[in-house]
Design a protein around this ligand. Structure first.
Ligand code: ARG
Ligand code: GLU
Length: 712
């Protein structure tokens, strides 16, 4: 009887357990999950999701700008992605006169669509397991010999795949080199901006709500892919025509049913599920807190500036969003990892692994010490890794002076060659153009304050670690005053004057006397000479250990569901439409409505500012055909395992229709990059019915809705 009860309880809990499924699956292997997905309510077949010989869902999903995901939704190349994914394009077309950030933009016809130099969108043609061929002839080789052989194999495979096509092929290691896959892509080069809602919709909630549920952000923007007249990728040209996709997603305006199947198809960037306990501890206790602190300093300056003037608000909008995003995510990750006691979970898992490995001779040899080795390696190199992270924060996320210095340094290094080749004038022109673009989005006082605060903090954090003399010998205060009154890199007028009277003598003076340049070159040299070489060694050794560790997992625990960490390649993840209850005594519902937008606006927080039209439409309950039971849904959550890069990814229903655009995760679940927890892990999606409502009812761009195929 007792036994029967136990069995019944286990059966019941597995029925009622959250069906959140850990894992970011490789589309070409999706057949293995077909029956599980169908049991959860999916009506599609594996072949309809991914197929190489016939069109399939995959053909509607594009890698957008290399960092986000987008989906085709019409036969004329209409493309949806997040507002924050198109943000730098939207910002670059904006000015005080045409403030698209504030008021939005909608092209009335194709002629008004805006060209975005450099922006690409690529389609995956096929994904192929090439492990055997990539590893061919590497048995017994080690170190450099091993990697040289692999690189040679890869080069041949890539050349063969690309030969005679307009495709590009790339081979990437999966599971830390236990496997290799080739991804063949077709990259479109003419991607135009069609429309965007105002920030008060597309970025509604700003940083207050970023990473937070309940959420009310209409995080979408609209682009169109153009091709040449043979439907192939081409650089922008007036003669280009809208691309005709192999497949585009029908758009579901059906009622949503909590518990229904959802699938997210996209390009997740990076997860680190296999970090050792020592590594996790280092991140949680030291590395992330220090990075968070650095960013807090920049943000305090930028935020105050943006509140003080519209010009600064526009200049810094995109930069601010970039800095704040990871900052807030890290805070959420540490919080979540602490709440579930991730360290203890890791340690327990490591014990199980070690016990298993040490219980058998052959395994003991291969895997018995791998976890200890990983932890020892972290210990040995943690100052190096810390120095690396701090330098990234200082040199690449910190004061913009450094970006200018970097550009000038490249120019300096090329100077004599340019002069010899008679190309100097053109190069100067180019520098001036680049600098104009730079200073357009720059404010001297803001950068000055950031430089002062971050220099102080950087020196402080590095302590006895490697620092350039200039930072050891001068206070941040002194350097700041000199640099921001004298350096040519921090002031447009000084810079242009310098460029107009440029000669080899003045360049020499820049190198030797300009304190701004000297701080950069000092810190940069230290970084590349004293930090990077050690970091390379560290990362290479860690990769080796991770390779062995994962191989051990596969060999010793063959029944465990394994998935390869995200690596910016195309993946599928599935779950269901559901809320969560990550805090004691409260529960998150699975959807939000327009009423919540008004309620948040009523708080007076500037992140919830609206244009008057939203309040009017909400008051009249003017929901068009887009409501469900009298409510206009704005966002919903699902138990799909996603990460950065999944932004813009379609959330697809059981029939292959678009339900919404993934754009975020709840704060409580950002820890899933390191450890997945089915009860907390929720992705946040803007309902496509709200997207259609914003286009049609709010913005009067019904012609775009008419272009799509709506499924009722
Ligand atoms: N957190 C989301 C992601 O990681 C959205 C970021 C954009 N929004 C913002 N308020 N910064 O990209
Ligand atoms: N906003 C993220 C992105 O840009 C997605 C959120 C996440 O990290 O899950 O990809």
């Amino acid at each position: 009887m007792k036994r029967f009860l136990l069995v019944a309880i286990i059966a019941l809990t597995s029925i009622f357990k959250s069906v959140a499924e850990e894992g970011m699956l490789i589309p070409s292997l999706i057949k293995a999950f077909e029956s599980d997905m169908q049991a959860m309510g999916m009506k599609l077949t594996a072949q309809e999701i991914y197929d190489v010989n016939n069109s399939s869902l995959k053909d509607a999903i594009l890698h957008f700008g290399g960092g986000c995901t987008a989906e085709l939704v019409s036969g004329e190349g209409l493309l949806l992605t997040n507002h924050h994914c198109g943000y730098s394009q939207i910002q670059s077309h904006s000015s005080l006169e045409n403030d698209y950030l504030k008021y939005g933009f909608w092209a009335k016809d194709k002629k008004e669509e805006k060209v975005n130099p450099g922006l690409t969108a690529s389609r995956v043609v096929r994904i192929q397991d090439v492990t055997k061929d990539a590893l061919f002839g590497t048995e017994g080789l080690q170190g450099l010999e091993f990697s040289n052989k692999i690189q040679k194999n890869i080069a041949t495979l890539v050349a063969d795949a690309e030969n005679g096509t307009h495709y590009t092929a790339k081979i990437k290691p999966f599971n830390y080199g236990n496997e290799y896959y080739m991804i063949v892509k077709e990259t479109f080069l003419d991607v135009r901006l069609v429309g965007t809602p105002p920030n008060s919709i597309g970025k509604f909630g700003g940083d207050t709500d970023n990473w937070i549920w309940p959420r009310h952000t209409g995080d979408f923007s609209v682009f169109r892919v153009y091709s040449n007249t043979s439907n192939e990728p081409a650089e922008y040209s007036e003669s280009n025509v809208p691309y005709k996709p192999l497949h585009f997603l029908p758009v579901s305006v059906k009622n949503r049913v909590p518990g229904e199947f959802t699938m997210v198809y996209g390009f997740p960037g990076k997860t680190e599920q296999h970090l050792s306990s020592g590594n996790l501890k280092f991140y949680m206790d030291q590395e992330r807190p220090a990075r968070i602190k650095m960013r807090e300093k920049s943000l305090s300056v930028i935020d105050a500036g943006m509140r003080s003037s519209d010009a600064i608000r526009i200049k810094y909008a995109s930069k601010q969003a970039r800095i704040a995003n990871a900052w807030k995510k890290w805070i959420g990750q540490i919080g979540g990892l602490k709440t579930v006691d991730a360290m203890q979970i890791k340690l327990d898992r490591e014990k199980v692994y070690n016990n298993s490995a040490r219980g058998q001779k052959d395994w003991a040899m291969k895997y018995g010490s791998v976890i200890d080795d990983m932890n020892a390696l972290v210990e040995k190199y943690k100052d190096v890794e810390f120095g690396y992270s701090m330098a990234i924060e200082y040199l690449y996320v910190g004061p913009e002076l450094f970006g200018r210095a970097r550009a000038m340094n490249e120019f300096l290094s090329a100077y004599s060659t340019l002069e010899e080749n008679g190309e100097l004038e053109a190069a100067i022109e180019k520098q001036i153009r680049g600098a104009k673009g730079f200073f357009k989005n720059y404010d001297e006082n803001i950068d000055k304050e950031i430089f002062r605060l971050l220099t102080e903090e950087y020196v402080n954090q590095i302590g006895d670690g490697p620092l350039p003399d200039i930072l050891k010998e001068n206070s941040a205060e002194e350097l700041t005053e000199i640099i921001y009154s004298k350096s040519i890199l921090t002031n447009e007028e000084r810079f242009m004057k310098f460029m107009n009277k440029l000669n080899s003598k003045s360049l020499d003076k820049l190198k030797k006397k300009d304190q701004g340049f000297k701080v950069w070159s000092g810190a940069n040299d230290t970084f590349f000479k004293e930090v990077i070489p050690d970091v390379r060694v560290y990362h290479a050794q860690m990769e080796e250990l991770l390779k062995a560790y994962v191989a051990g997992r596969m060999e010793m625990f063959p029944d465990e569901k394994m998935w390869a960490d995200a690596n910016s390649t195309m993946r599928i993840t599935y779950g269901k439409l559901e809320g969560s209850a990550p805090h004691d005594g409260m529960k998150y519902t699975e959807h939000t409505t327009i009423d919540g937008i008004i309620a948040k606006n009523n708080t007076g927080n500037p992140d919830y500012e609206l244009l008057p039209r939203m309040r009017e439409l909400a008051k009249d309950k003017n929901y068009g055909d887009y409501a469900q039971d009298g409510e206009l849904w704005v966002c919903f959550t699902g138990s799909n395992h996603t990460t950065g890069g999944n932004s813009g990814s379609p959330v697809i229903d059981g029939e292959g229709n678009l339900m919404g655009l993934n754009f975020d995760r709840s704060w409580e679940s950002t820890m899933s990059d390191f450890m997945f927890d089915a009860s907390r892990c929720r992705n946040i999606t803007v309902d496509v019915r709200y997207v259609l409502w914003v286009m049609d009812i709010y913005s009067g761009a019904k012609h775009l809705v008419d272009e799509m195929t709506l499924v009722k």
